[in-house]
Design a protein around this ligand. Structure first.
Ligand code: NAI
Length: 465
């Protein structure tokens, strides 16, 4: 068996792990990164990136079909068809470009990438089982970045017609009838995409509304669009039992207690994700946990000295940008720089139609924290750019303390609002007050003007609504 020693050993080559490795490499630290599958993890290979590619392709197809039926500004198109095999090829090419880029960046920083499965022996020793045999690595610092995987529900184990989001992004045929269990991020994003691609979609959600983590005001335009797309939305409904032929799902409705059969070719289960904490000897470290996740402090230190954890295994929100920020911070901390992960502002985006974004506190959270708040809302129906883009649904909402106008949270729902969210995050991170936002000249005509107008509204000085 080959023996190697290093300063930092990272298990997991997803966004948390590869970013930590690149930053540590830049800072001159010897790093080994172990990955059993593809570099880039869920995000690049089977999550954020391929799903956004399919969401885009589905929207382009749907738009083209819509225009074929006549456009308000006179655009006429011919027959619209979609070569699905070509769509998948294009999506896979984007994934390859990005994962290839990550490989190149790691090489440039002289990070040793070991392909194989890690098996933790103790806090300083890891075996890596690869194609060419096993390597034993002795490390000063062990970094756990093993990510998360889709949750299963006992009634619908993955396999056959029951698919996870990973399978949904690689379907070689667009299902005629698709049932989606769970109306969270993944369920609503993919229901929208497949409805635009022509599937007859039924969306089944246990809570009393879609996207239950976000408030009703914010998610109402998404619900309206789902209905317009022909998606059947069943709320307060739970997936119970699949028929033997894998075609009919019994859905139990809370309240009435009725069992409703839902027929489909495929059943996509998107009921959340669980941290990957099993199967690689982690139990030998007996780390302190925080529920299902590994407990960490503001430096991403676990309960064992020089064992660190970053990304989805450390808790919510399980988002790639949080994972990457933790990876960067940890590399800098290990290089002796002053760096900590202390209550940062983490934006969230749901790439639905229209998109939904959130930064900081929502109104009900602010009230729960005993803040007296002022709220400003500006609708896209009063925004010139939105009119010229033929999509006026949604609004920007800003929440601030009533006493000193400190901005506590900003949310929006609307076309392309994902491109506004980083500006929102900057405002909250920098401690902006309503006057800062209102007095910043926003370019005209842009959707971003709705942000400035929302601040004016909260100050009681709105100009355009
Ligand atoms: P989620 O936690 O967002 O939503 C799961 C939904 O399933 C919830 O609304 C829940 O009430 C419902 N549910 C649970 N059990 C059910 C049952 N038996 N029957 C019916 N409904 C049931 O989880 P999701 O969508 O799987 O996403 C997992 C994670 O992936 C997210 O929390 C997020 O961290 C990440 N993600 C982020 C995206 C983004 O940033 N745009 C996109 C996709 C995923």
């Amino acid at each position: 068996m080959e023996d190697i020693a290093t300063k930092i050993l990272i298990i997991g080559g997803g966004p948390a792990g590869y970013v930590a490795a690149i930053r540590a490499g830049q800072l001159g630290l010897p790093v080994i990164l172990v990955e059993k599958d593809q570099l880039g993890g869920t995000c690049l290979n089977i999550g954020c990136i391929p799903s956004k590619a399919l969401i885009h392709a589905a929207d382009a197809y749907y738009q083209a079909l819509g225009r074929q039926q006549g456009s308000v500004f006179g655009l006429q198109t011919g027959d619209v068809t979609l070569d699905w095999a070509k769509t998948l090829k294009w999506k896979n090419a984007i994934v390859r470009r990005l994962t290839g880029g990550v490989e190149g960046l790691l090489r440039k920083q002289r990070v040793t990438v070991l392909k194989g499965t890690a098996e933790i022996q103790d806090g300083k020793t890891v075996l890596v089982h690869g194609k060419a045999g096993t390597t034993r690595i002795r490390t000063q610092h062990l970094v756990l970045a093993t990510g998360s995987a889709p949750l299963q529900i006992p009634a619908l184990p993955f396999g056959g017609n029951v698919i996870s989001s990973t399978d949904a992004l690689a379907l070689t045929e667009i299902p005629k009838k698709l049932a989606v269990v769970g109306a969270g991020y993944i369920g609503v994003e993919l229901s929208t995409a497949f409805a635009k691609l022509g599937s007859q979609v039924t969306l089944i959600e246990a809570a009393d509304r879609i996207l239950p983590l976000w408030d009703l005001e914010l998610t109402a335009p998404v619900r309206k669009r789902l209905t317009a797309l022909g998606v059947t939305v069943m709320t307060r409904s739970e997936a119970r039992e699949l028929s033997e032929d894998g075609r009919i799902l019994q859905v139990h409705q809370h309240g009435s207690g009725a069992a409703v059969p839902v027929e489909a070719d495929r059943f996509l289960v998107a009921v959340g994700r669980r941290p990957n904490i099993g199967g690689f000897g982690l139990e030998r470290l007996d780390l302190a946990m925080n529920g299902a996740f590994i407990r960490i402090d503001k430096y991403c230190a676990t309960s064992m000295l020089n064992v660190w954890a970053i990304g989805d295994i450390t808790g919510e929100p399980m988002l790639a940008h949080r994972a990457m920020a933790q990876g960067t911070m940890l590399a800098e901390h290990l290089a002796g720089k002053k760096s900590a992960f202390e209550e940062p502002v983490i934006p969230s985006v749901c790439f639905t139609d229209p998109e939904v974004v959130c930064v900081g506190l929502m109104p009900d959270q602010a009230k729960r924290e005993d803040y007296e708040i002022v709220t400003g809302i500006f609708p896209f129906t009063a925004n010139g750019r939105a009119m010229t883009q033929q999509d006026e649904s949604g609004f920007v909402r800003i929440i601030a303390r009533a006493d000193n106008h400190l901005v506590l949270g900003i949310q929006a729902v609307g076309h392309d609002v994902s491109e506004l969210v980083n500006g929102f995050a900057l405002a909250v991170e920098m401690g902006a007050v309503l006057e800062d936002v209102a007095q910043t000249i926003h370019a005209h005509p842009t959707r971003g003007e709705a942000f400035q107008e929302a601040a004016f509204t909260a100050l009681g000085r709105n100009l355009h609504s």
